[in-house]
Design a protein around this ligand. Structure first.
Ligand SMILES: Cc1cc2nc3c(=O)[nH]c(=O)nc-3n(C[C@H](O)[C@H](O)[C@H](O)COP(=O)(O)OP(=O)(O)OC[C@H]3O[C@@H](n4cnc5c(N)ncnc54)[C@H](O)[C@@H]3O)c2cc1C
Length: 449
């Protein structure tokens, strides 16, 4: 029976003692026998009740922001500790499977102020996931009995959080954050800048903090940062900056003409937000905030409604109907099939000589740099059973890259299963979470150095 961690216990207690927040937990306990554990039932009840979820989110952020706790947690690290860089879903899966396999809680170092990784980039829901919400265990796209967003070891699963076919980023972030609260010690505002083996164990250098020591490093930095960065508050924004804006009040105020640059899923999510078919913003009204024109600079996407419907997968089909005039002859979305660069001018931005109130640049990501952990120092980490790489292993340090950050090539079997048909599948949870889980289940305790 899984006992709640001290951090989860404090959330359960706070929710129980707040009359406005306890209803969801009480309702879930009426069906407790249908959940894998009482803890899963209570956490699901909290997740399904907006008041309970808000309270839990606030408690998680407050605990992880406590500087005294951060200092105590960091100074307790030692040459036997497993330290994870990044606090996204792969950190959560690794920590959960490790603890459930009988090892101590890993220490998670997150450079941002908010733990939870890519899906936690906003506190409110701002984009829909691209993988279907289904009940069940881990599995492949197309397998209707499998949950594509399954997190091995998590105390509750995304499939418990809603009936929506595509869930919001905030749903998955909540599962990741609760999993970390159960199975890891998380320290936020902790930017790892270099890793070496100068001291007892591995020495991890952190910007503006004392170094910490570890017996093993799990490098879970995700897909990385936008290739091109822009100053905050300007007329050109990256995808994360745009999503931050969409999470605030009146996010589209003053925006009549917008451009999106890029072909990938981030660009598609940005277009959905501008069209008003993403998760509803906190404050926005069609009468005040409807855009007149959205120009999408994307080289490899179909530009017509029919072409879109034939070529684009189900998740993004709703965009297609905006690629033809409405019954009054107005077409708000146009795909301009060429590469474009944006230039910021005071109060406006230019793309291809056209002026826009806002430009969202979604031109790809690259990894943040950490000295000593360069990709070239890592080779495939393969378990003998089937020859598939689960992660990448450093050639001299006890360090592994996991998740999208490992950049694992598709295996022949994954190609046969159809994974390669959609490029974005390469970084998806349903492809990589079980690999991280297998790594966590099979590694021994860190060796003495
Ligand atoms: C916009 C977007 C939407 C996506 N949607 C889906 C989806 O619907 N379904 C799906 O399966 N996959 C999706 N993906 C892929 C997705 O990135 C992964 O499935 C998942 O987020 C990977 O988790 P992770 O733990 O590897 O990394 P992340 O969740 O990206 O977390 C990495 C963390 O590492 C931290 N970090 C980086 N450098 C440092 C450092 N030097 N020191 C400390 N911390 C650091 C970052 O701040 C970040 O919090 C999406 C990706 C993006 C960008």
């Amino acid at each position: 029976m899984l006992e709640p961690s001290a951090q989860i216990e404090s959330i359960l207690t706070a929710v129980t003692t707040q009359p406005g927040a306890v209803a969801g937990m009480q309702a879930a306990l009426q069906r407790v026998s249908e959940f894998p554990s009482p803890l899963a039932a209570m956490l699901t009840g909290i997740a399904l009740d907006p008041a309970g979820r808000d309270l839990a989110e606030q408690l998680l952020d407050a605990a992880w922001a406590d500087e005294t706790r951060r200092q105590v947690t960091l100074s307790a690290s030692n040459a036997q500790r497993e330290v994870i860089i990044g606090s996204g879903c792969h950190a959560a899966v690794y920590a959960a499977v490790r603890v459930l396999s009988g090892y101590p809680k890993p220490l998670v170092l997150e450079r941002g102020a908010r733990a939870g990784g890519t899906f936690a980039m906003t506190t409110r829901p701002t984009f829909y996931l691209n993988s279907r919400n289904q009940a069940g265990g881990a599995g492949l796209a197309g397998d209707l009995g499998a949950s594509l967003n399954y997190l091995p070891g998590a105390p509750l699963q995304p499939g418990h959080l809603s009936m929506a076919e595509y869930q919001t980023n905030a749903d998955l972030a909540f599962v990741i954050r609760l999993t970390l609260a159960q199975f890891a010690d998380v320290v936020t505002d902790t930017n790892v800048i270099a890793v070496g083996d100068d001291g007892p164990g591995v020495e991890i250098a952190i910007r503006d903090r004392e170094p910490v020591f570890a017996g093993r490093v799990i490098d879970a930095r995700g897909v990385g940062d936008p290739v091109v960065q822009y100053p905050a508050g300007g007329s050109i924004v990256t995808f994360p900056q745009f999503m931050q804006r969409m999470a605030g009040p009146w996010p589209l105020r003053g925006v009549r003409r917008a451009a999106v640059i890029g072909d990938g899923d981030s660009a598609k999510c940005a277009v959905e937000a501008l069209l008003g078919i993403a998760p509803p913003p906190q404050l926005a009204a069609a009468a005040l905030d409807q855009l007149e024109r959205i120009d999408w600079y994307a080289e490899d996407l179909p530009a017509t409604c029919d072409g879109w419907r034939a070529a684009i997968r189900g998740r993004y089909q709703a965009i297609g109907r905006y690629l033809r005039p409405d019954r009054f002859g107005v077409q708000r979305l146009t795909i301009t099939g060429r590469r474009a660069a944006a230039v910021a001018l005071p109060g406006t931005a230019l793309v291809d000589g056209r002026a826009y109130d806002l430009v969202v640049s979604c031109t790809g990501n690259r990894e943040s740099s950490i000295g000593g952990l360069f990709l070239g120092s890592f080779g495939d980490y393969v378990l003998d059973e089937d020859g598939d790489a689960l992660a990448r292993e450093h050639d001299s340090l006890p360090a592994f890259r996991v998740g999208p950050h490992a950049r694992l090539p598709l295996t022949p079997r994954e190609r046969i299963d159809g994974l390669a048909a959609i490029g974005e599948n390469a970084v998806s949870i349903f492809r990589l979470a079980t690999k991280t889980a297998r790594l966590a289940a099979t590694l021994d305790a860190p060796a003495e150095r």
